[in-house]
Design a protein. Structure first.
Ligand SMILES: [Zn+2]
Ligand SMILES: [Zn+2]
Length: 302
């Protein structure tokens, strides 16, 4: 499995010099597994992913599977800029778990953000084959040789964490969730059990979460590195990857947060745009760079 980070920022994109090294695009993570292309969330990072997929296939067809954690703005706002969706002959399977009986399906929410007066191009102008799959909580999905499970997590309007299993390796994508650091949710611990990699919402510092200076972030739907470490320990996860960075946390702040998080859980990585993690290498686990990436941590750090 090859995990590529295209958007790691939470809530709103943060262009600019202060966030250049970690990146400013909102959530989008690509996972290549046994020839299948999986995408988690359609934040602003999905635009560059679309360009990479089109370039990689040349005149060939793009077939990808897009899995939504939930439909908050920062997880869907890149969707209208996903180029392969406009190309006839391409296919995009879109997977979404309904948060409840009254919750709208993904197609409706994506179409609503592509209507005048806020957007000029309608969803119906996407010429690719868009196949929407609305799932019930607990449904298991198979894409080629990969198996995907999910679990509900605590977040306003609902959200799910996803797990991908293939050939003895597993990654978990758990963004936009909240719990006390000393109370890892059993369903999430079960989902993450034995995973190689846990991508986890660590938007706030423990002090921000508790409201030591400024408002408490309790109830805002996001977590801390301490809460992530507690899940990783309880689940026996090999590596914790902090994700969904706060827009106000610039690169210097993130460096300090990374060092602090590693003191709590040594096998901690902080997600950066262009970072790539390979699972299933002969060594068992290796990290490589995209060409030209300024943001790759040394393999030796593992
Ligand atoms: Zn979010
Ligand atoms: Zn959210």
């Amino acid at each position: 499995m090859r995990v590529s980070f295209y958007g790691v920022r939470g809530s709103i994109a943060t262009a600019g010099e202060a966030t250049r090294r970690y990146g400013g695009n909102t959530p989008c993570v690509a996972v290549e597994v046994a020839g299948e292309q999986l995408i988690f969330d359609a934040g602003t990072g999905i635009r560059a992913l679309g360009s990479d997929l089109a370039r990689a296939t040349g005149v060939g067809r793009v077939h990808a599977n897009l899995f939504f954690s939930h439909l908050h703005w920062d997880h869907i706002q890149g969707f209208p800029f996903f180029g392969p969706a406009y190309v006839p002959g391409n296919r995009l399977d879109i997977w979404h778990v309904r948060a409840g009986d009254g919750a709208p399906p993904a197609r409706e929410v994506l179409a609503d953000q592509m209507r005048p007066p806020t957007f000029p191009v309608g969803l119906e102008l996407m010429g690719g084959d868009l196949c929407f799959h609305e799932l019930s909580l607990g449904d298991v999905v198979r894409v080629g040789q990969a198996r995907l499970r999910h679990a509900a997590v605590d977040h306003p309007n609902g959200c799910v964490a996803w797990r991908v299993d293939h050939d003895g390796h597993a990654i978990v994508y758990a963004t936009d969730l909240e719990h006390e650091a000393d109370a890892p949710p059993p369903a999430l611990v079960e989902l993450a059990a034995g995973a190689d990699l846990l991508i986890y919402d660590a938007m706030y510092t423990p002090e921000e979460y508790a409201g030591v200076s400024g408002p408490s972030r309790r109830g805002w739907g996001h977590s801390t590195f301490e809460a992530g470490a507690a899940v990783a320990e309880a689940a026996g996860v090999r590596e914790l990857c902090l994700f969904h960075h706060d827009p106000s946390h610039d690169d210097g702040f993130m460096d300090a947060l990374a060092a602090r998080a590693r003191r709590r859980f040594p096998a901690t990585t902080v997600a950066r745009e262009d970072m790539v993690i390979e699972l299933g290498e002969p060594r068992g686990h290796a990290r490589v760079a995209l060409p030209g990436s300024p943001s790759v941590e040394a393999v030796a750090a593992l």
